[in-house]
Design a protein. Structure first.
Ligand code: SF4
Length: 412
């Protein structure tokens, strides 16, 4: 099957620009744009960046010491927000990579901590230097948020991430104060639950960030099948962890429609506060559609929009694009769109692909009323509010409403 050409393409903005301009754009979005100068060599089978053609990117050359000094100076000119964590790695105009593969990364993280008064956040599959990373965490308490992408310690590791660090190294990274949160997933029986027990035995303080991986466009079919298999094991894997009573804080990233269910009260009360009429058309992804169809049927016209740009099993209103929405229009003259769709890191009133709201209205001729109350701040807060393992067990797996909710037909 051929690729469907997008109806609404973003106007290219990087063409002919100096790479420092890309660095500046990322820095303005709170990113520390170190670059490997090439695609990520780890090539994990599940990587969401395997197909990032939906957005315009240009990889700057491998970061030099001079570039680093420019970056550090730029950051130091920004005011300090004690709640902000600067993220190591650009991902709006750059491709996401594991930056600890840059030979100077550890040194520059230390520079950042020493020469700024700001906080730092980083994600890696584990290419950090032990014991250096533990020394830094001990020397700068509270300023590092280290999210370790464990993914799996099971035999699936070799299949999914053959070029990532070995389990033995990962356990050393976990053994100490450095790791704030370890993320790992369900793929089969005794995968996520066994990993939770192993990790908790070594580190009782880090957050266990668990759940299932969502397939997106560009992944191989057997990888997609493994992710979907993992979902079917999620309830039993979660129950094992629940019964083990581990001391670590936990979060569960389930399928989107389950997250929506756990936050149903807030979604419904927010919908009620919008004051919409029966004939008003409101744009939403599948998960919110499911909730509103169950609890607020026929109170407005719910326009279900699939996340066609990201593809796979994506189901998230925040990640909808104007192109996704345009493809679902029939005879609408006015539609309501949540603000979070147009609050991407690419700029105000732009979607994740870089298409502007005004480009959408010009091309489709449809008038848009922006639902300002539904912004990214709210969406992010909701996602984590009821996201603990306890919530999932007590309010979803053991909830008598779950059966009828799951039986609802998928939106057409
Ligand atoms: S290390 Fe991270 S960026 Fe690199 S391929 Fe794996 S998931 Fe993708």
């Amino acid at each position: 099957m051929g690729t469907v050409l997008p109806m609404l393409q973003a106007t290219p903005v990087l063409k002919g620009k100096d790479y420092r301009e890309i660095l500046r754009q990322e820095l303005d979005a709170g990113k520390i744009p170190i670059s490997l100068g090439r695609s990520c060599p780890v090539q994990c089978e599940f990587c969401y960046e395997l197909d990032h053609s939906y957005r315009e990117t240009a990889e700057p050359p491998k970061t030099t010491q001079e570039d680093w000094e420019f970056i550090l100076d730029y950051i130091n000119r920004k005011p300090t927000d004690p709640l902000q964590f600067w993220c190591l790695g650009g991902n709006e105009y750059m491709e996401w990579t594991d930056l600890f593969l840059h030979p100077k990364a550890m040194e520059w993280v230390e520079d950042f901590l020493r020469h700024t008064d700001k906080n730092i956040q980083f994600f890696t599959v584990g290419f950090v230097h032990v014991p250096k990373i533990h020394q830094l965490a001990a020397r700068y308490p509270g300023r590092i948020n280290f999210e370790l992408s464990v993914i799996t310690l099971s035999h699936y590791r070799q299949r999914l991430m053959p070029h990532a660090p070995a389990v033995k190294h990962l356990l050393k990274v976990l053994d100490g104060p450095a790791v704030s949160s370890a993320n790992f997933y369900s793929f089969d029986a005794d995968t996520m639950s066994a990993d939770a027990v192993t990790i908790s035995r070594i580190n009782q303080h880090c957050v266990l960030w668990m759940g299932c991986l969502t397939p997106v466009r560009g992944l191989k079919q057997d990888t997609v099948a493994l992710m979907r298999q993992g979902r079917t094991f999620l309830p039993q894997e979660t129950m094992r962890i629940y019964e083990a009573g581990l001391p670590n804080p936990t979060t569960i990233h389930t399928e989107a429609y389950i997250t929506a269910f756990l936050n149903r009260k807030r979604i419904v009360s927010l919908f009620d506060s919008l004051g919409l009429e029966k004939n008003d058309t409101v744009v939403m992804a599948g998960s919110v559609h499911k909730i509103l169809s169950m609890f607020r049927k026929n109170r407005a016209r719910f326009l279900f929009v699939p996340n066609a740009t990201l593809g796979g099993d994506s189901d998230c209103t925040v990640l909808l694009t104007f192109d996704d929405i345009a493809r679902r229009l029939t005879r609408e003259k006015v539609i309501h769109i949540p603000k979070c769709v147009m609050q991407s890191g690419r700029g105000p009133y732009m979607d994740i692909a870089g298409v502007k709201l005004e480009e959408f209205t010009k091309k489709t001729g449809v008038k848009v009323k922006v639902l300002h109350k539904i912004d990214t701040r709210l969406a992010n807060k909701q996602l984590y509010r009821h996201g603990s393992l306890q919530h999932y067990v007590q309010d979803y797996l053991r909830n008598p409403l779950t059966q009828s909710y799951e039986a609802l037909p998928a939106p057409a």
